[in-house]
Structure formats: structure tokens, C-alpha cells
Design a binder for this molecule. Structure first.
Ligand SMILES: *Cc1c(COP(=O)(O)O)cnc(C)c1O
Length: 427
């Protein structure tokens, strides 16, 4: 498979004709368990001496097809599917972290991730330090002996800032740390973070991978390149793992250590498993990922340029615009286009934004992104409602700003809808 191009892999990777029936499309294996050939077969499966299916909390053929496809698209050696993007983030950290350790993460992250990192992971004894990932010195200064990973997003939500993955992975390498990249808002079509030095790539499959707002899912892809044994900091992967009868995953499985640990220990004990029906929908979605992403970035560029010249708009943050401070970085990290997610500021502030959102007809007012449909949200009155004005501005969710996720409709229809709603909002 590995010689095929991206478009071919998006359709074929992970999907052999069904061995039992010849079914061309990947069947939904709606089953909890799998019959062992005999007691010896069962023992080999549990010992990881033979790869096969035991129980669908761990693995399922439909879910495995999706894992193989996304691993191929990202250029990784293995992947594990999870119940949501947030589950994927916990699953990525889980084999790396232990109580008292920390992750150094970008301060420009999806709001839900900031919440997960600032509060919830503390219950596991982990912590996060959020710093400016545009500044290599700030990243290096935050790293200490207890740091186990760096974490950032390729294209940052909500403002569309681009992370310099080459620079960030150099900092990670200098400190012997793995870099985890959330590639949700770019998708592997626009950026393959492993080619820029990422160790692990996480996705919310809820967004562009499925692409039409039908599934909640997540995926972690492993590059297979990190040496878990070098520093002695990753005992779950590179020392006898008490949670799996003392197996040293790195010694036994090499580049597949992370993937096998994530299934054999992570999914087994945390249970954040993707369901086969969700995996099927995501497989369907990925077949058209390249076509959709082309249209998403084409439309985003047209709409952003139209908004930028409109006197009712103060500014637009799309990195495809020459006015964006991330324009050059976008050309390096996402050369096919810097996504379809950005914010713009409406003259008239908070009140005008609320009126704009209420006046749009084609756009949907939702807390999602990466749908075929154009979506909008006024963060200050919704997702960032709880924050102070100062915190909202820092998060790119100032009261006068709305976030859009540009869909794949006709660009002129998207613009016409924005035009009529801006007229009402700024009357
Ligand atoms: C939506 C999103 C997540 C969380 O994914 P869920 O599937 O909603 O759990 C994580 N990161 C980014 C960038 C997202 O947009």
C-alpha cells in the first residue's frame, strides 16, 4: 500500500475485500466477541504472540480498518481509535505519563483541551504548562525533569494560527521528548505532522475525517520513531509493565510498542473504545477527504478575502491572507492551504456578533467544526462565556469576534448569506 498516493490510500488503505464474503465495502462488524479456534489460540492472543480479535473493547475489524487507513494517511506505523478526540488525547498521554509528570503545551489550543489539561488531568496527578509555542525559548524554559511530552495543534482553533512544527520538534528532540500534534483542523491532506518531526498525531475524527457531523470519534497515530528506552522516563513502554504481566513493550514490539500498549492496556483498562458503526462512517468520510479539503480551503480563501475588504468587518485572521502573521508559516506547514477555520471581528462588537449569528440562514450556529456545512459560533456568548474579558481576548475569543468553519457549499452562496446577515447586524 505504501507506494500509493494520498487519494488512493484514502479509499483503499486498510480495506481488503471481506475475507468471509468478498464484500467490497468494509462491513460493520457489530459483534462484541470472537470465537477462539481452540484454547492454545486463545492463550497466544492474550500473550500478544499472535495478532487477532478477542473482544471489541480492544479491537474490532471495522475499527482496525479505520486505524490502518489513518496510520497510512499520516505516514505512521500504527494507530488506535478512540471514542472521541478528547479520549484520543488522554490515550496519547496515558503510556507516557505517571503521577507528578507534566506536558508542556501550546497556550493556543482548542478550548476543551485547555479545560482538560488545566483541570481534569490533575485528577491523575498529571499537569500541563501552557506556553507560547511561537517562541522556542518559552517552550524550552517550561521543560523540566518531569516533562514527558510537548503538545500543540497544527492549525490552532479558533484563530487559525499555524504552529511551526519543524521548530517545535527540534526543541522536543533537543530535550529527548516526544511531540504530540493535534492534527484535527488540518487533516492529513493539508499537513502530515510526522514529516515535520511529530512522534504522535491525535485527531478528533468528529471533524474533517468523518466530515459531515455524524460521528464522535478520535484517533492516535504513532510514527514508530521515538526511542522510548533512551531516557528511562517511559517505564510503561520501556520497562516491565506491571499492568501487562511485566511485558517490556518496547523490547518486545519495537516501533509498535505505543500502539500495542494503547490497545492491550489503554483500551482494555480505560475503555474509551470507538464503536464499529462510527468507524464505518469515518471510513466512508475519509474516501472523499482529499476532495472535500480542496473545496474547504478554496472556499475559505474566497470568503476570507471577501470579508477582509468589507467595511463592516474590522479584521480577519485567516492565514491564507497576506495580512496574517502566520501567512508564511502556512505556506511551509500547510502548503495546500491553511484550513478553513478562522475568526473575524464585526464592527459593532458583542451586540452585532449576536445579531449576525441570529440572522444567518445557510450557516448553522453550532459548537462543531469541519462539517460539509458552513458553521459559525460566537465564542464570547457561548463556549467562552465563563471566562473574563481578558481571558477571552487571550484565547482569540474577544467579544467582537465570531469563529467560522467554512463548508463546501458554493462560495457565492456562503458570501451572500454573510452579506445579508452583516447588513442586519450592523444596521
Ligand atoms: C473538537 C476538537 C477536539 C475534541 O474532539 P471531540 O471529538 O469533540 O472529543 C480536540 N481538538 C480539536 C482541535 C478539536 O477541534
Amino acid at each position: 500500500m505504501s507506494n500509493y498516493g494520498f487519494n488512493t490510500l484514502a479509499i483503499h488503505a486498510g480495506a481488503e475485500p471481506d475475507p468471509a464474503t468478498g464484500a467490497r465495502q468494509v462491513p460493520i462488524y457489530q459483534t462484541t466477541a470472537y470465537v477462539f479456534r481452540d484454547a492454545d489460540h486463545a492463550a497466544k492472543l492474550f500473550n500478544l504472540q499472535e495478532v487477532g480479535y478477542i473482544y471489541s473493547r480492544l479491537t474490532n475489524p471495522t475499527v482496525s480498518a479505520l486505524a490502518s487507513r489513518v496510520a497510512a494517511l499520516e505516514g505512521g506505523v500504527g494507530a488506535v481509535c478512540c471514542s472521541s478526540g478528547h479520549a484520543a488525547q488522554i490515550m496519547a498521554l496515558f503510556p507516557l505519563m505517571s503521577p507528578g509528570t507534566n506536558v508542556v503545551a501550546s497556550s493556543k489550543l482548542y478550548g476543551g483541551t485547555i479545560q482538560q489539561f488545566n483541570n481534569t488531568i490533575r485528577k491523575f496527578g498529571w499537569s500541563a504548562k501552557l506556553v507560547d509555542f511561537d517562541d522556542p525559548k518559552a517552550i524550552a524554559a517550561a521543560i523540566d525533569d518531569n516533562t514527558r511530552a510537548l503538545f500543540c495543534e497544527t492549525i490552532c482553533n479558533p484563530g487559525g494560527a499555524i504552529s511551526d512544527l519543524d521548530m517545535i520538534s527540534r526543541v522536543a528532540d533537543q530535550h529527548g521528548l516526544p511531540l504530540i500534534v493535534d492534527n484535527t483542523t488540518a487533516s492529513p491532506y493539508l499537513c502530515r505532522p510526522i514529516e515535520h518531526g511529530a512522534t504522535l498525531v491525535v485527531h478528533s475524527a468528529t471533524k474533517y475525517l468523518t466530515g459531515n457531523g455524524t460521528v464522535t470519534g478520535g484517533i492516535v497515530v504513532d510514527s514508530g520513531k521515538f526511542d522510548w528506552s533512551a531516557s528511562g522516563k517511559y517505564p510503561s513502554l520501556a520497562a516491565p509493565e506491571p499492568a501487562y504481566h511485566g511485558l517490556n513493550f518496547h523490547a518486545a514490539l519495537g516501533g509498535m510498542a505505543f500502539t500495542f500498549h494503547s490497545i492491550a492496556v489503554g483500551l482494555r483498562d480505560l475503555g474509551m473504545t470507538m464503536n464499529p458503526q462510527g468507524a464505518h462512517y469515518t471510513l466512508m468520510g475519509i474516501e472523499t477527504l482529499p476532495l472535500r479539503m480542496q473545496r474547504h480551503v478554496e472556499n475559505a480563501q474566497i470568503v476570507a478575502e471577501w470579508l477582509e475588504q468589507d467595511p463592516r468587518v474590522d479584521y480577519v485572521t485567516y492565514p491564507g491572507l497576506k495580512s496574517s502573521p502566520y501567512h508564511h508559516l502556512g505556506q511551509k506547514i500547510t502548503p495546500k492551504g491553511p484550513g478553513a477555520l478562522f475568526t473575524f471581528a464585526v464592527k459593532g462588537g458583542y451586540e452585532a456578533c449576536v445579531k449576525l449569528v441570529d440572522s444567518l440562514k445557510l450557516f448553522s450556529h453550532v459548537a462543531n467544526l469541519g462539517d460539509t456545512r458552513s458553521l459559525i459560533i460566537h465564542s464570547a456568548s457561548t463556549t467562552h462565556r465563563q471566562l473574563s474579558d481578558e481571558q477571552r481576548v487571550a484565547a482569540g475569543a474577544a467579544p467582537n469576534v465570531v469563529r467560522v468553519s467554512i463548508g463546501i457549499e458554493d462560495a457565492r452562496d456562503i458570501i451572500a448569506d454573510l452579506d445579508q446577515a452583516l447588513t442586519k447586524a450592523t444596521a
